[in-house]
Each structure stands twice: as C-alpha cells, then as structure tokens.
Design a protein around this ligand. Structure first.
Ligand code: SF4
Length: 392
C-alpha cells in the first residue's frame, strides 16, 4: 500500500456534532456520576507517557479492553479490541488478570463482571459512560409489561430475548423467564430458537435489530411486529394487537445508528456512483432495506478488509470505527454514511485522562470505579447468556 494516500474525508461539523447524552439532558437515562478523583488535564503533554508507564508497572495484573467505538487515544492502550460480546469473552479468558479495565460502556463492564471470576475486578474508567439504548429498558418497566402480558394470558407463548446491549437486570429478567441473550451477529439464530420454544418473542431493548431480523431475515411481515412503548399505558397497544403479534418490540433504539436516514443513503448514492452502502442492523428498517449490505461491527470490519482495492463504501456505524477503517484501507474509498459527525458520546467519555487516572490509581493501590453485579442477578443473567452460547 506504499504511496497510497487515504481518501478519508472528515464529516462536517454541525450543531449535532455530539449527541448530548451524559450531559444532564436526560437524567433518567444517564448514570451521571462524577469522577471521584483528580483527572489529569487533557492538555497534559505527558498523558501518553503516563499511561504507558502505569500500564507497564501493572504488567499482567491489568488487562485493558477497547470497544471498536472508542477513541484512538484510548484504543492504542487496549490489549484487545472488539465488540461487546467478544470483549466479555476475552475478559473471561484472562482469569489471571486482577483488573479488567473496560474501555466501553456500563452494560459491557457488567457482562464482563458476570463472566469473570469473583476475585477479578472490572473497572469502567468513567462511571458516566452508559448506553442510551440499554438505559431505555428499565427493569421496573419491563416487569410492568410482563404483568400486563400475564393478565392477557399470553406469557406462556412468549420467549423474551434481549440484545447484549442491555443492563444486567434485563438479562437477569430474561434468564429467569427462560429466554436468551443475542448479539447483532446471532440475532437470527436466537429468534429461530425462540420460535421453537414459543409462538411470540418479546424483544428488548432495540426495536430496530428485532424488526430488521424478523422481517428481513426470517420472512415476517411488518404487521407481525408491534411496538411496546413503556411510557404509554399498556404499551400504547390494544389487547388484540398484543394477542395477535408475533414480535413485541420494546421501544428502544441506538442514538447513534438511529441517526442514519433514507436521505443519507440517497444522497451518497447520488454523490458516489457505484458506492456500496454497508450498515449495522441497529439502523432504522428503511435504511437497512435501502443498504447493499448489513451486519454487525465484526461483519463490517471483515467486509471492508475483503473489499477490492478501488471500491467505494459508505458505512453506517459509529464514526471512530469508520475513520479507523478508512485510514487502515487507503486503497479503498471508505466514507461515513452521514454528512455530519456522529460519535457515541457516552462511549467517548472514556478519554485518555480517564484512562491515565484509572491506571495510576491502580498503581497506587486504589481500585476505582468497580462494576459489580449482585450474585442473584449475575446467576440469572448467566442463564440467558449460556442459552445464547448453546444456540444451535
Ligand atoms: S453506539 Fe449505541 S448501542 Fe452502542 S453504546 Fe453507544 S448508544 Fe449504546
């Protein structure tokens, strides 16, 4: 690839440069806790040297996980990168690491805590790094919905399925109701299994992944899916709708992937003839329908690795990842699907100052920001996770 210059063009700034999550705009959906320590200044020129020294001092005692959507400044210190499920598995595969520093968001650290040994400590460098999608399904709301389904006499037919991007509480709910966790890679397999166990699925918390999988991969009609809105009495649905539905979708979505629209697809096709549109299944149904390829983060990475030189790709997923992929493949024209910047702002809260602070605290013998799931919830969540691992 020598001599090839990257074709990457930064999306333009707009008033929507960063989604305003984690800024006190929606306290109900934010973890919102302050960092308890003295963070180094972002302008400190020694941050890289400090992180390098602290990580070296900790050696094998620490294992740093970096989600694909993290900033470059953090990813460079990750021992392994991946999507949420791969990272949880990687954490479980390091039983000797005393500390798992999870550069990701809250639900991911919870999953790592569930899958690691009790004596290992999972640390989230900024406790305010939540996930807006996971926070859209709160246990009390989900239990209220389930009670309503019980009143209708339909729980015996329903298998609850939750996306990996959900809190440990929700995974626990699914585990104790004989359901399964899924990822964006195995959602179809999880739904196939679920429809062998019952005639309906209650899909949490991402309506788009549920709908896209059911309609585009399994042949259901859009009318087979209903949207349960936890902010409306009885979900905003009639008894008849719930009784007839095959897929009861929770009204949740990813604030990042939900940004892409049909106009984004039309605009890029006009601007770049022959472009391949590649999107994540958390995107809206009409966007996924209009795309050429759809798949998980790992699928997107592999598709771009395998793409021929000279091909053009408009990618609908988080911007940090798309930029890194574009810079890694300068012989391909890789662009962001939208014209404006779109990061996962809660994921972006984990920056180099937070990582330096975390590692230096560990060196000093203090363990900050430990994420712990209580044993009962962890046990029930593990049932749903194990069911996923046992999927045919
Ligand atoms: S990209 Fe979306 S689903 Fe992923 S952590 Fe951010 S808000 Fe949550």
């Amino acid at each position: 690839m020598g001599g090839v210059t990257s074709t990457w063009t930064e999306p333009s700034d707009s008033p929507l440069t960063l989604l305003l999550l984690g800024k006190g705009v929606d306290p109900a959906s934010e973890r919102g806790v302050d960092c308890p320590g003295e963070l180094p200044a972002p302008s400190d020129p020694d941050l890289v040297a400090r992180a390098t020294a602290a990580k070296a001092a900790l050696g094998d005692r620490v294992f740093v996980l970096g989600h694909h959507y993290q900033r470059d400044e953090v990813i460079r210190f990750a021992d392994v990168t991946g999507d949420s499920f791969k990272l949880a598995q990687q954490a479980a595969a390091r039983p000797d690491a005393e500390f798992i520093v999870f550069c990701g968001v809250h639900f991911m650290a919870e999953s790592a805590d569930i899958l690691t040994k009790p004596e290992q400590r999972v640390i989230l460098p900024d406790l305010a790094a939540g996930c807006s999608m996971a926070d859209m399904a709160v246990l009390g709301q989900v239990e209220t919905a389930w009670e309503h389904f019980e009143d209708l006499g339909i729980t015996g037919q329903i298998v609850p399925v939750t996306y990996m991007n959900s809190s440990a509480d929700i995974k626990g709910f699914v585990g104790r109701n004989s359901g399964v966790v899924c990822t964006s890679s195995n959602a179809k397999r999880a739904l196939d299994w679920s429809f062998e166990q019952g005639s309906k699925v209650f899909f949490l918390p991402d309506q788009h992944l549920g709908r896209n999988t059911a309609v585009l991969e399994m042949g259901f009609e859009l009318d087979d899916c209903v949207l349960y809105d936890p902010h409306k009495p009885k979900g905003g649905l009639t008894d008849e709708q719930l009784i007839n539905a095959r897929m009861i979708l929770w009204r949740g979505h990813c604030s990042v992937h939900g940004r892409f629209t049909l106009d984004s697809v039309r605009e890029v096709r006009e601007r770049v003839p022959g472009v391949n549109v590649l999107v994540h299944p958390e995107c809206r149904h009409e966007v996924v329908r209009a795309a050429d390829f759809v798949g998980s983060t790992e699928y997107i990475i592999k598709a771009l690795d395998a793409a021929p030189a000279g091909s053009a790709w408009a990618v609908g997923t988080e911007l940090n990842l798309v930029r890194r992929l574009a810079l890694a493949h300068p012989d391909k024209q890789i662009m962001f699907l939208d014209r404006t910047v779109c990061y996962c702002s809660t994921m972006n809260r984990i920056d180099l100052p937070h990582l330096v602070w975390t590692l230096e605290e560990l060196v000093a013998g203090r363990v900050p920001n430990v994420i712990t799931v209580d044993e009962k919830t962890a046990h029930e969540a593990r049932v749903a996770l194990d069911q996923m691992l046992a999927l045919p």
